[in-house]
Design a protein around this ligand. Structure first.
Ligand code: PMP
Length: 356
């Protein structure tokens, strides 16, 4: 080991889903939206003036926070934006979780929470889900340094009702509660109505899924002005210009086009309904998804086998080799055509495997 290496920060990084790029592949592994972003974004791209790149972007990202504020009925001082919700969540962990008490989150959830906690030396405790993968709200009625709930949860796809979220907030008036709503538009219940009642609530959402803009990297948080100010203070302590000028413009256009946004959500939810039925017909157990993905397990063929066989056919889904979920696949909901091709391939794999 080199002398200086002892001073390196030792981390075990989060591993994102692979990003293969093969012609004709079916990519259902990272919960991207199969439809293009709003046509208004395309127009804004065509009209974007190169000269704007000469200048630094507005550090307060007003173009984007104003558009979000108009659509979601909030003031600028209640909105924080970042480079994807990963950036927003990482900043929130750094800002709010400085207690010596552990922060709490479910044992099966977005695995980045553990990585940020480790990165920032935040003590944490993971709370087991019920056997049916639901969250037991009573488990969060205890002393803590903060709470993080993904709702709907990932990779389980299950929604926690608003009453349960309210209960968790009512029992935790002393710490910040983050509700990560990356998938909420696909049939979940947003905690937005609770913002008026709880000054310690931070809601985090993203452009990556429901706005079909994972490639542009925009996430945002809604919360009381005191929380948003604290987030901005931390942001300005390491990088004033996190958001680039094109992202700010395109994001604002995307959020203003609610009609298109609702249309593509509707399409994905319709695909979800028939695809779930077809998969159940093939012997899969599918949890009641309120997201743009399925969490699925087959009665006879192990998930890892299906995952590997699909891969051979250039069909990509996500498999987590982790206790408790190692017989499940997370399958992003694609277009009708993609889902038909996926279901045909899976059906063949199951037949082949059963014949063994
Ligand atoms: N939260 C959850 C629960 C997620 O699944 C993801 C996507 N990996 C994110 C946050 C981060 O998404 P993004 O950074 O693209 O906004």
């Amino acid at each position: 080991m080199k002398q200086w290496e002892q001073y390196f920060r030792k981390v075990v990084p989060y591993v994102p889903g692979e990003q293969p790029n093969k012609p004709g592949m079916i990519k259902l592994n990272t919960n991207e939206n199969p439809y293009p972003p709003s046509p208004e974004v395309k127009k804004a791209m065509e009209e974007f003036k190169m000269d704007q790149l000469r200048l630094y972007p507005d550090p307060s990202s007003t173009v984007l926070t104003e558009a979000l504020g108009e659509v979601y009925g909030l003031k600028n001082e209640q909105i924080f934006v970042g480079v994807g919700s990963d950036d927003v969540l990482a900043t929130a962990f750094l800002t709010f979780f400085n207690s010596t008490e552990p922060i709490l989150f479910p044992d099966i959830t977005y695995s980045f929470y553990e990585v940020w906690a480790a990165l920032y030396n935040i003590p944490f405790e993971t709370i087991p889900l019920n056997e049916d993968f639901t969250i037991r709200k009573e488990d969060y009625y205890r002393k803590n340094g903060g709470i993080v709930i993904a709702n709907p949860n990932a990779p389980t796809s299950l929604n926690l009702g608003l009453d349960a979220v309210r209960d968790i907030l009512e029992h935790n008036r002393e710490s910040v509660v983050i509700v990560d709503e990356a998938y909420v538009e696909f049939g979940g219940e947003t905690a937005l109505p609770l913002l008026k009642e709880f000054e310690n609530l931070l809601i985090v959402q993203t452009f990556s899924k429901a706005y079909s803009m994972a490639g542009i990297r925009i996430g945002y948080a809604f919360g009381a002005p005191s929380l948003i100010k604290a987030l901005n203070d931390v942001k300005y302590s390491y990088n004033s210009y996190t958001m680039n000028q094109p992202s700010l413009c395109y994001g604002a256009e995307a959020v203003r086009d609610q009609k298109y946004h609702k249309e593509i959500l509707d399409r994905i939810m319709k695909t979800r309904t028939w695809a779930a039925e077809s998969l159940r017909g093939l012997g899969f157990t599918i949890l009641d998804s309120k997201t743009n993905f399925f969490f699925a397990s087959h009665r006879e063929v192990p998930a890892e086998v299906i995952f590997n066989e699909l891969r051979k056919k250039d069909i990509y889904v996500r498999y987590f080799k982790k206790p408790g979920i190692d017989n499940f696949l997370r399958i992003t909901i694609g277009t009708d055509e993609e889902m038909k091709a996926f279901i045909d391939a899976v059906s063949d794999i199951i037949k082949e495997q059963k014949a063994f």
